[in-house]
Design a protein around this ligand. Sequence first.
Ligand code: SF4
Length: 868
Amino acid sequence: MTKTCTTCPYCGVGCGVLAEPNTAVAGDPQHPANFGRLCSKGTALGETVGLEGRLLAPRLQGKDVSWDQALDLVAEKFQTAIQEHGPDSVAFYVSGQLLTEDYYVANKLMKGFIGSANIDTNSRLCMASSVAGHKRAFGTDTVPGQYEDFEEADLVVLVGSNTAWCHPVLFRRLEAAKAARPEMKIVVIDPRRTATAKAADLHLAIAPDGDAALFNRLLTEIARRGLINQEYVDAHVEGMSVALEAAGTPHPCGLTEDEIQTFLNMWCSTDKVVTLYSQGVNQSWCGSDKVNAIINCHLATGRIGRVGMGPFSMTGQPNAMGGREVGGLANMLAAHLDLENARHRSAVKEFWAAPTIADHAGLKAVDLFQACADGKIKALWVMSTNPAVSMPEADAVAAAIRNVPFTVSTDILVDTDTNACCDLLLPATGWGEKSGTVTNSERRISRQRPFLPAPGQARHDWAIIADVGRRMGWVEAFDFANEAEVFREHAALSGVAASLGRDFDISGLADLSDSAFDALEPVVWPVPADGISPKRFFAGGGFYHPDGKARMLAITPPDLSVDLGTNLRFNTGRVRDHWHTMTRTGRAPQLGAHLAEPYLEIHPEDAAAIGLQEVGLAEVQNSHGRALLRVMITDNVQIGECFAPMHWTGETSSQGRINALVTGRVDPVSGQPALKGASVSVTPYEAGWYGFAASRAEMEPARPYAAVAKTKTGWRAEVAGHKLPSDWEKEARQILNLNGGQTSVVEDKARGLVRVAIYEGAVLAGVFFAAPDPVVVARSASIDQIGTETPAGRVLAGVPGADQPAKGAIVCACMDVGREELRRAIAGGATSVPMLGDCTGAGTNCGSCRPEMQELLDVTSNQRMAAE
Ligand code: SF4
């Protein structure tokens, strides 16, 4: 069957994928980002492309309308708002999920034709602080290095990055390099002991926001040991003395002096150092300063742009970099040109033959939704993103969207938390149907190619936006024949930018024919017209400030001694097998098996002080919102801190939207919100009963606590309620969403246990367990029994049959291997991850679960040693 070379739509690693029309996917062995590897999310891509829940026609307030009606309405509403209230009364909120061509057309329409810069993106939540840090240091937003630098380095420092879960294939490359060169060292700087930290040589459990203090200390030590690369600094860097002076004032960072010294010794004694930073750095109210504190150390030592060394910003989203390249942030112009530079503005205006050009920065994400709440935005277009879940203070953002007189959302799905707030829904093509380019974290441009037809009336985002542009009167400017034509224009504009001395230059691709665009191989920019293309930047200087020099900045670390009272610091992040708001990964049963409900990690001392029970429920709240989360007691988090994942929405949980609790406080330089910086009170949730359900039918998250997930036999749900139901059979039927069939009910009134099985003929359609405490049943076995003729006696026992040993919680999503299976293999003599793989199959596909397998081995080994 024909295989299409395309690119994974999830994280910033940007892995190449081979996809077949029957939706089989595999890693592309030729793609230089992954060389054939895929993580669990990439491996399951084929299961996420079905049409279930898809938006297939334009829909106005719940009713299908024609494309003409829909697009005329968008053009009319935006034009009316602009005429009556000015161009800044309208806004686009776009996404790092868009392809570069989509982003380019949206940015062109808003900045060059509407004449406002009110286009911001969910990348503001992801890497805006890195952009700001790069621009302050380098004079442009350039990632200097390449992925191979991680393999070539002797020391890799991962700051605020759970790489093993969030950028798994890059971590696999790192693991492989370390296996080949065991002398290579990995340091993880993170308040949490993550899967990445457990695999590192050194984990530094820094205080939240302690990063700048630590890197200031490193800068001071670099100078004290005489390691400043004076030749490089003299030739290429300004600001050394002020940076050193500021760094000389010590600030606590939450580490012991021994830990600090160990880190300083490793960094100072190793020439080839790569320092990767990600959301733990960016998602902070002082993220830009953290970025510059890191870059200061690399500039001072000249460890930048050479093989195996440099600072490296790892982006969260698949096309955050492409969005930056087209200027898809409210404070950027296209092609890395500056909005505040009159020459740049007039060059872009002229290139576009535009009637106007935005001359001041637009509203950044948090301010944009505040303007919606304040009634200043009269028409809002959300594209490919779910801000009613993902923005900080998400409840207020949902209300703000509802407050806008006209709202339109372009999406692939009908039901999302954001779509529920919008007037008009426009069906877009999704991954597998779209065509265009994305840029990964190492500046590599790759093609996303279609291998499936566009379903229903779905259209490409760039085509929808261009159609609106034409209907607003700018026919010629938005008369693109196809995505290749959009790309050629984008590439040609980058040539204009290069002529103005900017770094982003792909003018060498501006004359690609349609067929050459179709065949475009992954390529790292710059790709200038003269063909000279340095793969790394800045080894020999050549920065983009007017004097050609970089800037070291004076960084004053934040005061960490904030008294939270009885509150806990609330950290948020991703889990291994889900992506953003689960609109795609939630469709793949194996991806929901690893962590099936929203949870709160909390330290044992805090849990004891609060009175939380393991696997009980916690009520987490602050002035912005409230969540109910499953309790995981673990010393992976520090005392005074707690952690919850970001993925659950109103579609998948009743009270799991944790961004409702997150503060809208932003970094003053970048405008990036502190998604890891909220404080919350945590109390036990006194449930009257707990339940677990497995059904062939889709279940709603409709109880005080409820979380639903797809399974290979239907759906599963974790539920809890306050008041005991008077009729358990009725309650079970409602939860299981099953009306017909025959019911078997077992009730132990004395112990408060209830078990209900519903059969359709001889086939089990659903099973429900309830108890006064968190339900203890073999969930995998119950899920596997749905759709079978397993007798009620065995189903209601809630344990697997003697011939079906318990799996336990799923660790390896690809091979469906559970914790209990791994424990049995360890008890049977497996002493290493490869041996566990041989015994069970776990870890033999994508490898994302290998850190957890190693942890199980370590725990067992420690237990044995303690017993001896
Ligand atoms: Fe996709 Fe995983 Fe590769 Fe990221 S690491 S691009 S999620 S396959």
